[in-house]
Design a binder for this molecule. Structure first.
Ligand code: SF4
Ligand code: SF4
Length: 358
C-alpha cells in the first residue's frame, strides 16, 4: 500500500481539536499496519521488503489492547492497512473489536481477497472509507506490476461485491511507467457518485540510492502534462492545498517535519513500532502493553527535535505548493532528511511551469 498522510485539514472544529490534541500529546488518528505481508508482488512496493513472518506481527489481542489505550486517550479514527490487511485470518476480530470501541475505521486494500464473508464483516459495522489500490485497468498491466494478471479480475470482483453491499469505496492508483498508459482507463473505473480515482504521482524510494524505483518513474514533464489532461479537478486541488498550507499550524515553523507528522497521529508497524511518520523508521518506539502514549510521545519528541537547517531551500521555494516535500522520503532517497526527493522536486517545477504557461 502507499503511505497515508493525515495532516489534511477539513474544517475549523477539527483544526481546533487537533490543536488541543497536539498540545496534550494525544494521537487522534492511528494507522495500523496489520501485516507487512501481501499476496501481490508490486514492482514499486516499499512495504514488502519489511515483511517478516506472521509470528513477528502483533496478535489480535495486542492490536485490541492498543486500540483500547488509544480510544481512552481520545483517538477516534484508525486506518487498517498493510501489506494486505485482509491476509490476516483474524481480520474480522480486529476490525469489529475496534469498531465496538466506537472508533471510525478506514481500510486500505488491494480488494483481491474481498469475498462475501469480508463484506458481511464490514457491513456489520461499516467503515468510513475503503480505499482500493488499482494496478492497471487490464490483466496485462496487473501482471506487469503485481506479478499476477489474475489479480485484475479478483480486484474487480472484490470492488463489485463491496459496491453492491453499499460500502463506501474509493479507488486509487500509483502512476509509474507501467500504469501511466492506462491512467485515463483507470480513472474511468470510478462508479457514478464515487469520488474521482485518487493517484499517487511519485512512488517512494525504498532505501538510499534506490535505482530500481527511479526506473519506474514517469518523466516529470510527461506526468505534469498527463495529469493536466486527465484530472479535471486538479486546479481545485491546488487551491485547496494552498488554503491548507496557509492554515497548517506548522507553516513557517522551524521544524524540519513541517508537514505535521506526529502532531496528532501516528503509525504502528506490523511488528509493533509506534512511528510519528509512516515513511521513516528513525523515530519508531516499540509498543508495550499500556505504553502507547509514552511510545507516541517519545518518538514525536525525537522527530520534532529536528529543525530546518538555515540554508534549507525548500522552506522558501516558490513551487512548494506543487511539491510533496517530505524529509522522510528525502532521507530514503539520499540518506539526508534535509535533502530533496529529486523526482518530486523535478515534478513540482514541471507542474509550476505548466500552470504558469511558461
Ligand atoms: S498490493 Fe502491492 S503495493 Fe500494496 S502491499 Fe501488496 S505488493 Fe505492496
Ligand atoms: S520543488 Fe524542490 S526545492 Fe521546492 S520545495 Fe519541492 S523539493 Fe524543495
Amino acid at each position: 500500500m502507499e503511505p497515508d498522510c493525515t495532516a489534511r485539514l477539513e474544517d475549523d472544529r477539527l483544526l481546533a481539536l487537533r490543536r488541543r490534541a497536539t498540545a496534550a500529546g494525544v494521537p487522534l488518528h492511528v494507522s495500523l499496519a496489520l501485516t507487512h505481508r501481501c499476496n501481490l508482488r508490486c514492482l514499486h512496493c516499499y512495504v514488502l521488503p519489511n515483511a517478516g513472518a506472521s509470528e513477528s506481527e502483533l496478535s489480535a489481542d495486542d492490536w485490541l489492547a492498543l486500540a483500547r489505550e488509544a480510544a481512552a486517550a481520545g483517538c477516534f479514527s484508525m486506518l487498517l492497512t498493510g501489506g494486505e490487511p485482509l491476509l490476516r485470518d483474524d481480520f474480522a476480530e480486529i476490525y469489529l473489536g475496534i469498531r465496538r470501541l466506537g472508533i471510525y475505521v478506514s481500510l486500505f486494500t488491494n480488494a483481491t481477497r474481498v469475498n462475501r464473508r469480508v463484506v458481511e464483516t464490514l457491513q456489520a459495522a461499516p467503515p468510513t472509507l475503503i480505499e482500493v489500490s488499482l494496478y492497471g485497468a487490464t490483466p496485462e498491466t496487473y501482471g506487469r506490476v503485481t506479478g499476477s494478471a489474475a489479480a485484475c479480475a479478483a480486484a474487480m470482483r472484490g470492488i463489485a461485491l463491496m459496491r453492491a453491499a453499499g460500502l463506501p469505496v474509493r479507488l486509487k492508483t500509483v502512476l509509474i511507467k507501467e500504469t501511466a498508459p492506462e491512467f485515463a482507463a483507470i480513472r474511468a473505473l470510478a462508479a457514478p457518485g464515487e469520488k474521482p480515482v485518487r493517484y499517487d504521482p511519485a512512488v517512494h524510494p525504498r532505501f538510499a540510492g534506490d535505482a530500481e524505483i527511479e526506473e519506474r518513474h514517469v518523466p516529470p514533464a510527461e506526468l505534469a502534462e498527463m495529469e493536466s489532461r486527465t484530472v479535471p479537478e486538479l486546479a481545485a486541488q491546488w487551491i485547496k492545498r494552498q488554503s491548507e498550507m496557509q492554515r497548517q499550524p506548522e507553516a513557517d515553523s522551524p521544524y524540519l517535519y513541517a508537514c505535521g507528522a506526529g502532531l496528532h497521529s501516528c503509525y504502528v508497524s506490523a511488528d509493533g513500532m509506534v512511528q510519528p511518520c509512516t515513511s521513516t523508521v528513525r523515530y519508531g518506539v516499540r509498543y508495550r502493553r499500556g505504553g502507547l502514549l509514552a511510545a507516541f510521545r517519545k518518538g514525536r519528541a525525537a522527530l520534532r527535535a529536528k529543525r530546518m537547517p538555515a540554508d534549507y531551500e525548500c522552506a522558501t521555494c516558490p513551487d512548494r505548493l506543487y511539491c510533496m516535500i517530505c524529509p522522510a522520503i528525502a532521507d530514503l532517497e539520499s540518506g539526508n532528511e534535509a535533502g530533496k526527493f529529486a523526482y518530486a522536486c523535478r515534478l513540482a517545477h514541471e507542474r509550476s511551469r505548466k500552470i504558469s504557461g511558461k
